[in-house]
Design a protein around this ligand. Structure first.
Ligand SMILES: C[S@@+](CC[C@H](N)C(=O)[O-])C[C@H]1O[C@@H](n2cnc3c(N)ncnc32)[C@H](O)[C@@H]1O
Length: 254
């Protein structure tokens, strides 16, 4: 079992790589898989000069909800990369549907490889991807390599309400990491609780429905799909109670 596959399932809140072939089916009713395209759009509009055509890299872009929205509303060039071929195919279809296929490039790939070759972007996005690129410090260093000297990073992650022992960095700990890695926190948008509860409820409804269909189709794997329902619910509870989902806009300062 590769490390990349283990982190892939974790990024989609699954507990076993056995679920990988079923993830596109389980998530077929969702376009947005983590980050809020609206929050990201608002932050970009407020802090970046978008009068020229900016170049954005969306790492682990999922089904392209953020990329397509930014291309549509800002007329920027976006390159989105994700490991799941079905997600990339969906993103391409959406780009066509929204008339931005000329602005968006989507490709299947491992972002651990992409960060070694992608360079010179105005903005890089890592939305709800967890520890795929390593610790927060490693993640920021890697993201920084892909942007221009004073380029921007949009990171959707979480602030732990307690300390690192829980696996989530507190806001103060994130700030120390920013200082160490040479980035400045320009803005942060914490997910609103009501909005989060509504969204979790809606998405969980879709996932439970699809998981139940799979249970019927593959009775011998019922435990696998039930496990997915449980881990999704646990993630919703975690986000609603123990951590704060946050989108951070950072600027490279050295
Ligand atoms: C929770 S989703 C977020 C998707 C998207 N950023 C969004 O906010 O809608 C996490 C994504 O990370 C992708 N992923 C995980 N590991 C990856 C890797 N090594 N390379 C590329 N994509 C990866 C998954 O396929 C999934 O689409």
């Amino acid at each position: 079992m590769s490390n990349v596959e283990e982190k892939l399932v974790k990024s989609l809140t699954a507990e076993t790589t056995e679920l990988i072939p079923y993830l596109p089916y389980l998530l077929q009713d969702l376009w947005e898989l983590g980050s809020s395209p609206r929050d990201m759009l608002e932050m970009i509009r407020k802090y970046l000069d978008v009068s020229g055509q900016i170049k954005i890299l969306d790492l682990a872009c999922g089904k392209g909800a953020v990329s397509v929205s930014l291309a549509k509303d800002l007329g920027c060039m976006v390159k989105g990369i994700d490991l799941i071929p079905e997600f990339i195919a969906f993103a391409k279809k959406k780009a066509e549907e929204y008339g931005v296929d000329g602005l968006c490039e989507f490709m299947v790939g491992d972002i651990n490889e992409s960060i070694k070759v992608e360079r010179d972007y105005d903005l890089v996005i890592l939305g709800a991807v967890g520890d795929v690129l390593g610790t927060p410090e490693e993640t920021i260093r890697k993201l920084k390599q892909t942007i221009k000297p004073e380029g921007y990073i949009l990171l959707d992650d979480a602030y732990g309400k307690q300390d690192v022992e829980d696996g989530y960095y507190s806001r103060d700990e994130w700030l120390l990491i920013f200082e160490k890695t040479g980035v400045r926190l320009l803005a942060e948008e914490v997910v609103e609780e009501d909005e989060l509860i509504d969204l979790n409820h809606e998405q969980q409804g879709f996932i439970v429905k699809r998981a139940n269909e799979l249970k019927k189709q593959y009775p011998d794997k019922a435990g696998l799909f039930e496990g997915y329902i449980q881990s999704q619910q646990a993630e919703c509870d975690l986000l609603e109670n123990d951590i704060l989902g946050v989108t951070m806009l950072l600027q490279s300062i050295m």
